[in-house]
Write a protein that binds this ligand. Structure first.
Ligand code: KIV
Length: 299
């Protein structure tokens, strides 16, 4: 989808100005090639600390380091042209004090070239959000289910089910918005609560398992592509089944290697074409080899 911001780099101000406007399209990215593929379609790419679970196979995001976030932030920045790139501050890199948060956020901004950072938490983080915002660090807030508080919450649970929790969530979102966050992610929260918060706060809300009324939506890219295994949250809609395509491609490669059908002369330097390979590529390696197409099933 095209918007008037397409073609130029989307800034945090552009994101903030989209409150109540065309929904913000956001996805996670951890690598250069994936960022390149997502960039033309997205307003915001989040280098989420979900990288720990999706890429490194961790059970939670708690063990992700600042160095890991910086390395993946750099990779995504290299692949992003127009999307606004935001990098998660990982657990333990900002909760101690506003000063600690600033030191680490400044490193992330300076070393990755990203436009801002995301941190988890409501009222308890408001002072930190204000401290960073006042010192030139754009902050994307994150309320509702806070994956970095996995142990404190007793697991990944939907938030805002009880009246008290709903009231707390409103308070959290308001506190973060008032402290200067340019937008707020609302994760795994009852639909009515997310809808009401969206109507209440003056900055865009970005929902993940929240509400279609949010000012934007975000999902983990691997989840919508079918690359995250069997267990994905209820709020994920699969848009493709790349796992099947991957299985099919790798099985074909394995079969051809075992049968010595790969590599063919067209994949070797200075090899003579055989009758088997003739017509399927050029022996000097300049032509296209026999590409076996794999089926990508749309979700
Ligand atoms: O870490 C992450 O990917 C996130 C999004 C899912 C919002 O925080």
């Amino acid at each position: 989808m095209r918007t008037e911001t397409r073609g130029k780099t989307i800034t945090v101000k552009d994101i903030r100005d989209r409150k109540g406007g065309e929904p913000l399209v956001c996805l996670t990215a951890y690598s250069t090639p994936v960022a390149r593929a997502l960039d033309p379609h997205c307003d915001l790419l989040l280098v989420g600390d979900s990288v720990g679970m999706v890429v490194y196979g961790m059970d939670t995001t708690i063990g992700v380091s600042l160095e890991t976030m910086i390395a993946h932030g750099q990779a995504v920045r290299r692949g992003a042209g127009q999307a606004c790139v935001i990098v998660d501050l990982p657990f333990g890199s900002y909760q101690e004090s506003p000063e600690q948060a600033f030191r680490n956020a400044a490193r992330v901004l300076a070393e990755t070239g990203c436009a801002g950072v995301k941190l988890e938490g409501g009222g308890a983080m408001a002072e930190t959000v204000a401290f960073l915002s006042a010192r030139g660090v754009p902050v994307l807030g994150h309320v509702g289910l806070l994956p970095q508080s996995f142990h404190a919450l007793g697991g990944f649970r939907t938030q805002g089910r009880e009246e008290r929790s709903a009231v707390e969530l409103h308070h959290d979102a308001r506190a973060i918005a008032e402290a200067g966050a340019f937008a707020i992610v609302i994760e795994a929260t009852m639909e009515a609560v997310a809808r009401d918060i969206t109507a209440e706060v003056p900055v865009p809300t970005i929902g993940i398992g929240a509400s279609p009324a949010c000012d934007g939506q975000i999902l983990v890219t691997e989840d919508i592509l079918g690359l995250s295994g069997e267990r994905v949250p209820k709020f994920v809609k699969p848009y493709a089944d790349l796992k099947s395509g991957l299985d099919e491609a790798v099985a074909a490669y394995a079969e051809e290697v075992r049968a010595r059908r790969f590599p063919g002369p067209e994949h070797c330097f200075g090899a003579k074409p055989t009758s088997r390979a003739a017509g399927s590529g050029k022996a000097d390696g300049s032509g296209e080899g026999p590409l076996r197409r794999v089926t990508i099933k749309a979700g």
